[in-house]
Design a protein around this ligand. Structure first.
Ligand SMILES: [Zn+2]
Length: 101
């Protein structure tokens, strides 16, 4: 399985992120939705894979304050709540393509 590659990454609004993929699919997510799937060690137990973050604790109107490209494989998102340890890899973002939110 080849890794999906993004064509266009749009972060025009502080509360959402859009990624257009080479195969024509689009991932459009709110900052809150991204925060809820954050894969970092603070949000997901590294050993058990159990999500420790309560999705209900994330406000729907959360914004992101910064989005930067990490290497050529992921985005690091800084959220308004100060959380910035999550790396959202292309595969994680691609899995969300077409999902509501
Ligand atoms: Zn996290």
């Amino acid at each position: 399985m080849t890794s999906p590659s993004p064509l266009v990454i749009t972060k025009s609004a502080p509360e959402s992120l859009t990624v257009e993929w080479a195969d024509g699919k689009t991932t459009h997510m709110s900052a809150a939705a991204l925060r809820r799937i954050c894969p970092c060690a603070h949000c997901v137990n590294e050993h058990t894979g159990v999500r420790m973050l309560d999705p209900a604790s994330i406000p729907d109107d959360l914004t992101q304050t910064d989005v930067i490209l990490v290497g050529n494989y992921a985005l690091r998102v800084t959220f308004a709540d100060g959380h910035n340890t999550g790396l959202f890899t292309w595969s994680v973002l691609y899995e969300q393509a077409g999902a509501a939110g």
